[in-house]
Design a protein around this ligand. Structure first.
Ligand code: GDP
Ligand code: MN
Length: 356
């Protein structure tokens, strides 16, 4: 799972890794802090700087620039959040990352002296093994690495500061069950501080069970959609991979042919769910859609609104067999009842109706 920059920086902050002071802008009609400010589009892809998604503002109306960024897709993704940061006085930008090297079974540190937006054109990265067979790097190890990186960065006088930073970043990486933690740029300010200017973090989905605190924004419209049979007659929409699989199995068990598997995910938005309906309409033989939602992070009323929106947008929607329970299901029930859409108390009841 890839995090947004602000989510990654929140995690860095809890491990006391220095990040710029910031606030979030959650909607395009929200009041935005005045200049000087850096406004950053929160999307799940990198390279925002070059695409207009990072704006350093020294004068002018920040609110109108925020509106522009909200309306600017970055590699197809529109931000739902902007990060508004205090600008830094940059003396130099470095590249620093940790990742799990699966072939060597180690955690590798990768560094480059020329961090920033052009780092992808570099080939001569420095690679060091952070830890070798031990669960935690011992202090002396981290400190040894700090010495080498300080020398490589030409920051010998910053060896202690860099050592502290590496220890915190390493602890953050391990305790967060990260697969990748990339700080680019690591900014050296004119005051001599080292601050994470940007952070990209990938967490290990398999470790989610021990992180009840994980609740992150997912890209809008990003779903786990798998075509099972292009000639299938029943489409499925569910949330959570387990429930989505069970839904497909249940359709199959009553002798019907599921066209797809779809897990709308934890942070599903109305927009994203409407898009899912659009994908389903590409199947020529689908005559029914089974919607099976157990609302946890997903809100049932969001799903209901999306269903109504899809009915409005797509004139020939196949017949719907809906089962919703959990978060805000009462609101959802009311919305659907007002639109004369029947709801089923459980999946077997919905499927029985479908087969008769
Ligand atoms: P990315 O392009 O998606 O990786 O976005 P970054 O957050 O890395 O920003 C790209 C570039 O914007 C950085 O390399 C910096 O040169 C510049 N930048 C980012 N934050 C600041 C800041 O706080 N102050 C200033 N002056 N420049 C910044
Ligand atoms: Mn960056």
């Amino acid at each position: 799972m890839n995090l947004l920059e602000y989510e990654a920086k929140q995690i860095l902050r809890t491990f006391e890794v220095p990040v710029p002071k910031s606030t979030l802008v959650l909607a395009s009609n929200e009041v935005v802090p005045a200049v000087p400010i850096v406004l950053k589009s929160q999307v799940h892809t990198g390279g925002r700087g070059k695409l207009g998604g990072v704006r350093v503002l020294k004068e002018g109306d920040t609110t109108s620039v925020a509106k522009e960024i909200f309306a600017l897709p970055i590699k197809g993704e529109l931000p739902r959040t902007l990060l508004a940061e205090e600008p830094l006085d940059i003396a130099n930008e470095y590249y620093l990352s940790l990742h799990v090297n699966r072939s060597s079974g180690t955690i590798e540190l990768v560094a480059h002296t020329d961090g920033g937006v052009e780092v992808e054109s570099q080939t001569d990265f420095v690679r060091l093994e952070m830890v070798n067979g031990k669960e935690y790097a011992v202090e002396s190890e981290t400190r040894g690495i700090a010495g080498r990186i300080a020398e490589y960065f030409g920051l010998e006088e910053k060896e202690f500061l860099l050592g502290e930073l590496l220890e915190k970043v390493y602890a953050c990486f391990i305790q967060s069950d990260a697969l990748l933690l990339e700080i680019n740029p690591l900014i050296l300010t004119k005051d001599g501080d080292l601050i994470a200017g940007d952070c990209k973090m990938t967490l290990d989905d398999a470790a989610a069970f021990r992180h009840p605190e994980w609740a992150f924004e997912r890209p809008a419209g990003s779903t786990n959609f798998v075509t099972l049979n292009p000639k299938g007659t029943v489409a499925t929409i569910a949330n959570g991979a387990g429930l989505a699989m069970a839904t497909v199995d249940a359709v199959k068990a009553v002798g019907l042919e599921p066209a797809n598997f779809l897990d709308i995910g934890g942070g599903a938005t109305v927009d994203g769910i409407v898009k899912s309906f659009k994908s389903i309409l590409d199947f020529p033989c689908v005559t029914a859609i089974v919607i099976n939602i157990f609302g946890g992070i997903v809100r049932c009323d969001d799903v209901a609104v999306a269903i109504l929106e899809a009915q409005k947008q797509f004139s020939h929607l196949p017949k719907l067999y809906i089962r919703l329970s959990g978060t805000r299901s009462e609101e959802a029930t009311k919305l659907l009842a007002d639109a004369n859409l029947p709801l089923y108390s459980d999946l077997p009841a919905a499927l029985q109706e479908l087969t008769t």
